[in-house]
Design a protein around this ligand. Structure first.
Ligand SMILES: [Zn+2]
Length: 184
């Protein structure tokens, strides 16, 4: 009798935990439709944004990113935008910026140019993002196996690519004492 009671008790615990798991699963799979508001942006600090990006990148690497209702976010963000940060990134198709940090529509400004270098236009865009639109953090994201950096190291000359690579070459020169393999 005592054994039977114990078995029933453990079964009850199991059922309760299953119900809780199902509830958690439902909460997780409910698409996010919220977009950043002016009040939320104002409360953020650069450190907090960086923390959110680190956590988002952990989710990206684990393959479990946030499910979002893009159509609803398009509608909600139409009246205005209040992004957390501006990110300068390479053009590379394998580095989708919002996905890398598990961010959604309206969360970040993204400036992209092959080799993720700054020029006056990129700097002007960053100033717009921070001074006028309230972004709290500037993040520059490079990546491995970058064709633009490899092209600059290998002194590629081709059409407008030549002028573009000339803007990366000062960085190549600055790192000439680096002993490892550069153009990976
Ligand atoms: Zn690249």
């Amino acid at each position: 009798m005592k054994k039977k009671l114990l078995a029933m008790a453990s079964m009850a615990v199991f059922l309760i935990s299953c119900n809780q798991d199902n509830k958690k699963q439902e909460e997780k799979t409910q698409p996010v439709s919220h977009v950043m508001t002016k009040e939320e942006q104002a409360k953020l600090t650069p450190d907090e944004v960086l923390k959110q990006f680190i956590e988002g990148n952990k989710r990206f690497r684990s393959g479990i990113t946030t499910v979002r209702d893009h159509s609803e976010q398009v509608r909600k963000s139409a009246p205005g935008q209040f992004p957390k940060a501006v990110i300068l990134s390479c053009l590379d198709s394998r580095v989708p910026v919002e996905d890398v940090f598990d961010q959604g529509l309206g969360d970040v400004f993204v400036g992209r140019v092959a080799g993720n270098f700054v020029n006056e236009d990129q700097l002007g865009s960053m100033e717009f993002a921070c001074k006028l639109a309230g972004a709290k953090l500037v993040l520059v994201m490079g990546h491995q196996h970058c064709g633009a950096i490899k092209g600059a190291i290998d002194d590629v000359k081709l059409g407008n690519i030549t002028a573009m690579l000339a803007k990366i070459k000062p960085a190549v020169k600055m790192s000439q004492d680096f002993q490892g393999k550069k153009n990976i």
